[in-house]
Each structure stands twice: as C-alpha cells, then as structure tokens.
Design a protein around this ligand. Structure first.
Ligand code: PHE
Length: 356
C-alpha cells in the first residue's frame, strides 16, 4: 500500500508537470480523484484489510488526496497566469514609436476658430463660459429688454419646445446668467470679463449664406467707466490676432434692444484692402460683428446698478469668421458632415489674404 501511494504521487507529479492548459487539469483530476480514479481504487483495496491496517493506510491515502487537491489548485493558478501572458504577448502589435495613421480625423473648422479666439480673449483676462442650447423666453428675450410682441423678435424666430423652452437664437441669451454669476466681482473692484461661445438656432431659409444652426461668440465686459473705446480696442486686438495683420474697423449705428448705443462693426475688406471687390460688394468693408454698450435695463435685470457700472457686449459670428478665415463660400459645408470637405481644415490652412 505505501509503495502504491508513493508511486502514485511520483506519477502524479510527473503528469502534472506535463500539463500545458487549464483545460487539461480536469482530465488529471478525474484520473486521480474521480469516482473511478486511483485514490478511490486505493480505498477499495482497504476493504479487506484489518482495522489496524485501515487506520494507517487511510491516513496515508488521505494525505495523498490532500496533496493532489492542493497541487491541482496551484497548477490551475500557474496555468491561468501563463494563458493571460500568452494572450498579451500575442496582442503585442502596438508600437508607441510608430507614427500615427492619417485617418484619425480632424477638428471642425469652427472648433479651430473658436479655440483661437478663446485663447486671444483669455490672454486678455476673459473667462470662457458654457451655456446650454436650450433656454427660455426670459433669458433669450425678456432679460435682454425684448418684451413679448417686440418687433425685434421677428428676426429671431426659433424652435419652441414644450414646457416653455426654446433653442437659443443668440449667445446673448446667456448674458443675464453670466452677469449674475459674476456681479459680486464688481463690488470687490474687479471687472466682469467673459466670453461665451455657443450654437444658436433660427428659423432661416437656408442658402449659401444662411443656416438654421450656426455658432456665435458673445463677449461682455462690465466695470466702472467702460466706454465705446474699450470695445473698439478689444475688437481690434482680437481681429488683428485672428487675421495676423493690422485690421481697420469702423462702427455704424445698429439697433439691438439690449445695447445702447448699438453698432455694427465692420472690418476693412481683407481681400481688396478697402478699394472694393466682389467679396465686399465693392464697398471696401465687411460686416462682422454687432456690438454696443449694454443697455441699463439689461444690467438692472441682472441686479447690477447701471448708475455705477457700464459695459460693452459683442456677438461675434463664429461661423462667419470661419468662412472668412478659411475662404469658405458656402455656409452649408459646416453642417454637412461631409468629411471630405471638413477634414481639409487645419491650423495651417487659413487663407492668406496677401496671396490672393
Ligand atoms: N445677439 C445679437 C444677434 O445675434 C448680436 C449682438 C450681441 C448685438 C451683442 C449687440 C451686442 O443678432
């Protein structure tokens, strides 16, 4: 009997060393510990043995059984680890030193222009604010001095949702929220300087120049003694940076209920330099950005005393800026989802007006 258990133990160790996969372990387990396995057979042999022998041999057989059980458990652990490692090795096709593929996609041209304008304004102390695309009548119109039935609403028909909500028609819809967010700054002697880019929606007849979904970037600055000259300074600086050259601007009167006085800011045509060409319809100027001094009613609606503080606001057409910057003649390209067109734009592909 002792001879047999020792022999079986040796045999088991040898067999288990040859195992290569977790799935092979079961076979071995059945051979040794199964109902008809070697260990049961040893037990069977004990049937005719004396009580003394049974006690002694039973102990030895049990030890063998325990040895096999724990050896099998250990073997499974080792083989599992090995199998995982084999999988990792097999998947080792990734090489971090390889150049990336050209098919990874590209940024949307409006994202590129937006980021550039953001970085210019943040360098001048402006914060970049986020605002939802869904808002309500109060924020989009009433807080901006546009009461119900005001004719200025005609230009800004939009998509109305149930629950009295609507898709914002301009980034000005965020003015009240942002003014409230920062109005305590003013009491502490700090100006409010913020830009808020966003997607806007209007009921438009779509053509090469009009879209029902487009991007704007609003900017506001409020402090003591802010005047139109501050507005002109910031706009000129930003545009000169965007177009990488000195930009000449002019202001024309423009009406928006939430600014007083209100302006249309034009830039001298980049293509002809002001002498007149087809791009500027021979006027020498391009309309770029409506702006003005924030109306006292708008400041009051946000809890800011218009006797103490003044500010300017502008609504830069980001989509329009991207068209000018890249020389895109049809606005529909931007929302087309046409990767062939949209993936051409990179930081380097801006139109160089000088080369035209
Ligand atoms: N929100 C206006 C529009 O979209 C633009 C604007 C912004 C005008 C800020 C003045 C000041 O038409």
């Amino acid at each position: 009997m002792f001879l047999k258990t020792d022999e079986l133990r040796e045999k088991f160790i040898k067999r288990s060393e040859e195992l290569k996969a977790v799935s092979d372990v079961d076979q071995l387990r059945i051979e040794y510990l199964g109902k008809k396995g070697y260990v049961s057979a040893l037990m069977q042999d004990l049937r005719n043995a004396s009580a003394e022998e049974k006690k002694e041999a039973g102990k030895t057989i049990n030890e063998l059984k325990q040895f096999i059980e724990s050896a099998i458990a250990e073997k499974i652990e080792i083989l599992k680890k090995k199998e995982v490692q084999l999988l990792i090795d097999a998947a080792e096709s990734y090489d971090e030193s390889m150049p990336s593929s050209n098919d990874l996609g590209s940024y949307h041209p409006i994202t590129l222009v937006k980021r550039e304008v953001e970085s210019i304004f943040t360098s001048m102390g402006f914060t970049v604010e986020d605002y939802s695309e869904i808002t309500d009548d109060y924020n989009c119109f009433e807080a901006l001095n546009i009461p119900p039935h005001h004719p200025a609403r005609d230009m800004q028909d939009t998509y109305y949702l149930s629950s009295n909500q609507l898709l914002k028609t301009h980034t000005s819809a965020a003015q009240n929220t942002i003014l409230r967010k920062y109005k305590n700054n003013l009491e502490n002697g700090n100006p409010i300087r913020a830009i808020f880019p966003g997607r806007c929606f209007r009921n438009e007849k779509i053509d090469a120049c009009h879209e029902n979904t487009f991007f704007q970037m609003e900017g506001i600055m409020v402090d003591k003694d802010i005047s139109v000259s501050n507005l002109i300074y910031f706009m000129k600086t930003m545009l000169s940076e965007v177009f990488q050259r000195d930009i000449t601007v002019r202001l024309r009167p423009g009406f928006f209920p939430f600014v007083e006085p209100g302006f249309e800011l034009d830039i001298q045509c980049l293509i002809c330099g002001g002498t007149g060409c087809s791009s500027c319809k021979d006027s020498g100027w391009l309309e770029l950005c409506p702006c003005g001094m924030i109306h006292p009613n708008v400041l009051t609606a946000a809890g800011i005393d218009p006797e103490k503080y003044t500010g300017f606001a502008f609504g830069l057409g980001l989509t329009r800026l991207a068209m000018m910057r890249y020389g895109v003649k049809d606005i529909r390209v931007f929302n087309s989802g046409n990767l062939k067109s949209l993936s051409q734009f990179t930081e380097k592909s801006f139109v160089n007006p000088e080369s035209k």
